[in-house]
Design a protein around this ligand. Sequence first.
Ligand code: BTN
Length: 276
Amino acid sequence: MTQSKPNPLCHAGSPTTLRMGSGTVLVHRLDATRSTNDLARTWLTDHAAPVPAAWIAGIQTAGRGTRGRSWASPEGGLWMSLAMPVADPAAGVLPGLGLRVGVAAVRAVRESLPERAASEVVLRWPNDLVVARPGAGVRKIGGMLVECAPHGIVVGLGINVNNSPPATDDAGRALRTPPVSVAELAGEDLVLDRLAECLLGHLTDLIPVPGLPTNLFREIEGLLHRPDSGVQVTGRDGRMYSGLIRGVSEHPDSLGALLLEQPNGDVMRVVSGDLS
Ligand code: BTN
């Protein structure tokens, strides 16, 4: 694949200022780092009035996943973190944030794929980007790790793009969901910088939006992975619940929580957890 014009993200070394809608993002590119989330967190800790900034690494030597897991980050994947200053998180930026980030990721990956493959890329609540093919199971393309820092939020995204993702974890155990790369879905390698720029565009559009406005809520409902066979989730009480996904909550007290219809017809709101 060739690029028609030089991409500003391609210049390694000093950071590049990228224009995004109404604002700009300072983009740092690195060959290798421990974790781009750590760099973004330091930025938001050390600057009292930081500007939005992103870090994109060729490899991560200590990439982090959710729930303290490690995240394999070899050459060829997109390992990126965006530091977004948030003056007043209580003003509504945080509720629904994970889902807005998920929508940005699904949009960017879909835009880089042919139509049929694109339509199979969906969001597995709360933070997985997966491909779900009828009869062929679910495979994980990437994931998100959103963290709070003193002067803003860190949005980390790991997407298997041109790399061969490992099928086992550090201990050699098979991953809960087998992985897949975007290149495998596309049938060819992608230009990483183009995907990164597209993703940054969607993130900077969606992160500042407070809550989940109706149009976004509808988009989420359409992108949500809902296995016909139902899911299992561990509740806050440590018990395992099973049921059918009925969508996400619009209620202000539980915005973005998963609505799980249990076998007895009761619908429970799941605020956090891993689906299986
Ligand atoms: C998950 O467990 O599914 C979330 C994975 C998030 C990985 C990304 S890669 C860029 C950023 N830096 C990290 O150390 N983690 C996130």
